[in-house]
Design a protein around this ligand. Structure first.
Ligand code: C2O
Length: 541
């Protein structure tokens, strides 16, 4: 396909919201940032010039980066950050992919304001496998804080405790009328009676899973994580950080104004939760001012049944050819815990709650970013930035008991480290992700870079191979899976993209606490199975 060029200037910009002004980091002064449009198999070239004092990288979320690992974006995983005054040009092809994507900063908590949609249409002459919408609408969900996010990050991580709740949820950058001085800061979609619209819903928020609904209107999900799904109709969508969905909605109600509502979903323990919501308007053209207005009805804050029904509804459009043989059977525990002070804990972080700090780990390793990009260290065979000894799961799993006090399982002993799991080229991987966290605050939307995977099963409690039910017929093909709080998810993927790939919880604070790990996928034979050379303008650490 053709090449699409974009120029991204990373700039700070003064914004006023909720009667308060602050500087935020943006792309080209826009919030949300510019939309990237392309067609399947197009090349996308984005020159990113950093005009801020902060380190920056951009990740193209959901793009599998076939043979282009160098442009994936996660800081210290595939690249050193673009420093103040520097530039880096991302250059990749959206190989055999189309749908709803987004891009976001992938360093510190910058993605709180540095994000935008990326829409990839089918190839010229091809269409959608569903009713052609009259119009498409991007709906990008975010979170907003009155305070400076860089400062919030610093104080939160220094405290060893959880981050403050956002002051507002946003839809396309707008909080809607429910907040201080926000009556006019509302996103509005104008619709025509009888027409059908495709909503491209993107969750770019940092830390909260959300319910999404439009008053009195049904939504038909046709795509999740930029892969078609069997159309299924629902009143409520559940979408977590890092997930995208496309939904059809028909303006089939009496002329009026209907609320598009985004509210938090809280899967685990509820601590100090403020149930605030973002609102946009689904506005019928011709509705007189002051005419019918209907708010959306959303489930209870912690309605996990609604969520299960929704997740069960996500199926691949076509029957899939899930492989039956498995080369790598991997079991990884994930979770949050209070990491007690021990020899491997950095000293300064051992003064927080109960002589411990909030930590998160995978197989008890709390991921630490190295000083050099792992991809570069791997490619140039530089020692010292990581080791290839990601451990197996602990042999004894304790049984999760919701809310049980004083559970002191093994995972309070998590160790900090940068330990990697190596996969042979083309290996067929079954990966069970098991939440064993003792601080069970929420689901973990686990995101894998460089690959999509079939979600063949999930459930509550501990995974039991004897009773687990797998869907090998039409499992959804995703790049982010919500691992239920205290439960498990089973995914299958083929490690056929050579390079260094991050897997992490897309809840930002969990990632900061160490809920991540890295796979190295080895080269196969020949150029089509090998990591290419690095670009010459690769940023230096
Ligand atoms: Cu959207 Cu590694 O992230």
């Amino acid at each position: 396909g053709p090449t699409r060029f974009y120029d991204f200037k990373v700039q700070t910009k003064r914004v006023t919201k909720l009667c308060s002004s602050k500087d935020i980091v943006t792309i080209n002064g826009m919030f949300p940032g510019p939309v990237i449009y392309a067609q399947e198999d197009d090349r996308i070239v984005v020159k990113v010039t950093n005009q801020t004092p902060f380190n920056v990288t951009i990740h193209w979320h959901g793009v599998r980066q076939r043979l282009s690992c160098w442009y994936d974006g996660p800081s210290y995983i595939t690249q050193c950050p673009i420093q103040a005054g520097q530039a880096f040009t991302y250059n990749f092809t959206v190989v055999k992919q189309k749908g709803t994507f987004f891009w976001h900063a992938h360093v510190s908590w910058l993605r709180g304001t540095v994000y935008g949609a990326m829409i990839v249409y089918p190839k010229a002459g091809l269409s959608y496998p569903f009713k052609i919408p009259y119009q498409e609408q991007i709906i990008i969900l975010g979170e907003y804080w009155l305070k400076d996010l860089v400062q919030i990050e610093q104080t939160t991580l220094a405290s060893g405790g959880p981050p403050p709740r956002p002051d507002a949820y946003t839809i396309n950058g707008h909080p809607g009328p429910n907040y201080n001085c926000s009556t006019n800061d509302v996103y509005k979609i104008d619709v025509i009676t009888g027409r059908t619209y495709l909503l491209r819903i993107i969750h770019a928020g940092l830390n909260t899973e959300n319910f999404f609904a439009i008053a009195n209107h049904k939504l038909t999900i046709v795509e999740a994580d930029a892969e078609y799904t069997k159309p299924f109709t629902t009143d409520i969508v559940m979408v977590g950080p890092g997930q995208t969905m496309a939904a059809l909605v028909t303006a089939d109600q009496p002329v009026g104004k209907y609320s598009i509502t985004v509210a938090p979903y809280k899967s685990g323990r509820i601590v100090n939760y403020q149930n605030i919501s973002a609102i946009a308007y689904f506005h019928y053209i011709g509705a007189a001012p002051g005419s019918l207005y209907l708010p959306a009805k959303l489930p209870k804050l912690n309605d996990s049944l609604v969520v299960k029904t929704f997740m069960d509804g996500l199926r691949s459009l076509n029957p899939v050819n899930v492989f039956k043989e498995i080369d790598e059977n991997v079991f990884i525990t994930i979770g949050l815990n209070v990491q007690m002070c021990h020899s491997k804990t950095p000293k300064q972080s051992c003064q927080a709650i109960n002589n411990g700090v909030m930590a998160a780990s995978m197989n008890n390793i709390s991921f630490i970013q190295p000083k050099l990009s792992i991809l570069e260290a791997y490619y140039r065979k530089i020692n010292g930035s990581y080791t290839e000894d990601f451990p197996d799961a602990p042999s004894k799993l304790y049984d999760f008991v919701y809310g049980a006090p004083n559970n002191i399982p093994y995972d309070t002993q998590s160790l900090n480290g940068t330990r990697i799991k190596v996969l042979g080229y083309g290996s067929k991987v079954q990966l069970i992700l098991q939440d064993t966290g003792t601080v069970n605050t929420e689901n973990h939307p686990m995101h894998l870079h460089g690959h999509s995977f079939y979600v063949i099963g999930y459930g509550t409690g501990n995974y039991n191979p004897k009773t687990a039910q797998f869907n090998l017929v039409d499992p959804p093909y995703l790049s982010t899976v919500g691992v239920p709080v205290g439960g498990w998810a089973a995914i299958w993927f083929i490690a056929d993209n050579p390079g260094v790939w991050y897997m992490h919880c897309h809840i930002e604070i969990h990632q900061s606490w160490g809920l991540g790990m890295v796979f190295i996928v080895k080269n196969g034979k020949g150029e089509q199975e090998s990591l290419p050379q690095p670009p010459t303008d690769m940023p230096q650490c």
